[in-house]
Design a protein. Structure first.
Length: 142
């Protein structure tokens, strides 16, 4: 009897938990042309729906600060969705530098490594060492 009650309560608790968290990444501009036109990026996390996550990421991307041409932010679009993962951005801080990378992975260390590798791969040899992590978020909402 006690076992049946515990199973019934467990089922009620599981169905009462909030829906999965949703996150999204939006990028504006062309990552292959960062040195010329800059880049805009937005990341949302812990949203209740995929649509809310995507809208939030695009809104952040369009509001991205910097000295980018207007067409960079105008190109903001969702490039990835995620849940219960890390989203990490790496960039070369020098204006008009090509170094840029981002990654979504289940663990922080992998996401950081992959974002840095992308940044270095897109940087000229003399700028690879300047790539730095510039943003990271973990989608954690149960």
């Amino acid at each position: 009897m006690l076992k049946s009650l515990i199973l019934a309560l467990s089922a009620i608790l599981v169905t009462a938990l909030p829906a999965d968290a949703h996150g999204a990444v939006a990028v504006g501009g062309n990552p292959a042309d960062v040195a010329k036109n800059g880049i805009a990026i937005g990341i949302s996390k812990d949203d209740d729906t995929k649509e809310l996550a995507e809208a939030g990421a695009v809104e952040q991307c369009k509001a991205f600060h910097g000295k980018n041409p207007a067409q960079t932010a105008a190109r903001c679009a969702v490039v990835a969705n995620f849940d219960h993962a890390w989203a990490v951005i790496a960039m070369d801080p020098k204006p008009q530098s090509a170094g840029f990378g981002w990654s979504i992975d289940p663990d922080k260390a992998t996401a950081e490594r992959n974002a840095m590798n992308q940044c270095k791969a897109s940087s000229p040899d003399e700028r690879k060492r300047f790539c730095a992590l510039t943003g990271e978020l973990q989608d954690t909402k149960p």
